[in-house]
Write a protein that binds this ligand. Sequence first.
Ligand SMILES: Nc1ncnc2c1ncn2[C@@H]1O[C@H](COP(=O)(O)OP(=O)(O)OP(=O)(O)O)[C@@H](O)[C@H]1O
Ligand SMILES: [Mg+2]
Ligand SMILES: [Mg+2]
Length: 513
Amino acid sequence: MIAFKRLIHSGRPLFSPGLKLDPNYKLKCGLEIHTQLKTKYKLFSLSSTKFNSEPNTNVSYFDCGLPGTLPKLNPEALYLALKTAVALNSDVQSFSTFDRKHYFYPDQPQGFQITQRYHPIAKNGYVELNSKFDDIAEDLKIINIEQIQIEQDTGKTTYDKFDKLIKVDLNRSNIPLIELVTKPDFENMSQIRAFIKKYQTLVKHLDVCTGDLETGAIRIDLNVSINGGERVEVKNLGSSSELASALKSEYQRQIRMSKENTPVIQETRGWDGKETVRLRSKEDAVEYRYVPDSELPFINLDPGISQEIAATLPDLPDTIITKLISKPYNLELKHAKFFIENKDILNYYYDLFKIVVTDAGKDYRVANNWLVHELIGAFSKFEVPLDVSLIPPTKLGEIIIMVSNDELTSTSAKLLLSQLVKSPSDKDLTIQELIGKYDVGKIKDITEDELSEAIEEVCIDIIENNQDVIEKIITGKPKSINYLIGLAMRETNGKVNSKVIESKFKQLIANYK
Ligand SMILES: Nc1ncnc2c1ncn2[C@@H]1O[C@H](COP(=O)(O)OP(=O)(O)OP(=O)(O)O)[C@@H](O)[C@H]1O
Ligand SMILES: [Mg+2]
Ligand SMILES: [Mg+2]
């Protein structure tokens, strides 16, 4: 089903120009990932973190660097950073501190960024990637995490080349970030892609970040070297496709240099949409004059904090996926992965499963198929944004149970779902009211004989009007009967089971011959 594929894909890359590795040039990469934490207030002030507000409306005196204002650490930011650190198997440090990284920029009005250079909040984590869940070629690949540090985001600068203006919006200034620094453990693009996907899924699942690259909630710097040479950092990659293109361009550039016997030097580069371009070399590296922040106290944590936080964490995505693809759920892996990305749907699925399988004793396939193929498929087919709250699990459950008890045909049920997806105003009607409104109930008040006769009439009519199809069926294309069945289903508003119609047609056509 094409429409359905648009919503649920197997995790194959949607982006990425392929990166073919040359066996003579071994690739090594490390990532620095900046993640905005989903706190109510900013990192060191009480202004709002609301996204997309009018420029400069979420700015406190502290955020715009007025002298005399003092930072106060937001405990929610600390908590979200700790949750992430623990979920990434890191060693939470019982002692950590803040430092000032100095540089002047209009969107950095304090003249420095508060970060954790010397004593970060967590060290030595790791993420396990595997071929089954993560779409990498290797059976197992461990990506080690050097450290996780808490820091402030900067404001945003936009250049208006027509007005010759530089516009500064400080709404983002002082939003809490964590910077995650991996070890240079990546050997190819699939591993990088898989890591980012897994990380995005995790932070969304833990509800510490929206997980979006597009909005800048996650921003990535890529470090690349070949054959043990110097690393080149490509800064500020805003999307997965930029990341893939930048990696390809940088890898090929370094190979070219190597072939020309020009040494690759450690430098910082940017991405201009076509290739990586030099921003600065190591020689003119910015001297940040890091100093410990004198206004923020040290963070001292109880050594038992990791265990305490671990105990509050929900099951992590891989654990849930493993559960979903096993008994009693038996979901397909790609569907389980889709559910984990969409918590509303995951919770919906659990509710539906309880109603249909656990309580009503129906087969798990019925619940899985109706949710994945029919309901989600209907949203996709009619290009309606996926919103399962339009049809609560109780309602879908009732429909599924009616179909499996033969009180509603599956054609009618599909019709009802389509209507519910297309006209949200039907949301408050009960199933019985919907059946009435769309005239799709099963025919109850007539005898078997009367029903059989009525079906026969419909079928005879169709046969008479579709002689060409009958001809085909008789001359060796038996599948053409499906066309006739479709017509009859439509004629009877889906009230009659397709199997009954099929056998009626078969009987009539046999006589016909
Ligand atoms: N030989 C290498 N090849 C590729 N990447 C490397 C190599 N050595 C280190 N790296 C990566 O470089 C990154 C270093 O990041 P880190 O934040 O520690 O320093 P930085 O880039 O100098 O600091 P800043 O945060 O100011 O950019 C890590 O992601 C690490 O994995
Ligand atoms: Mg860094
Ligand atoms: Mg860096």
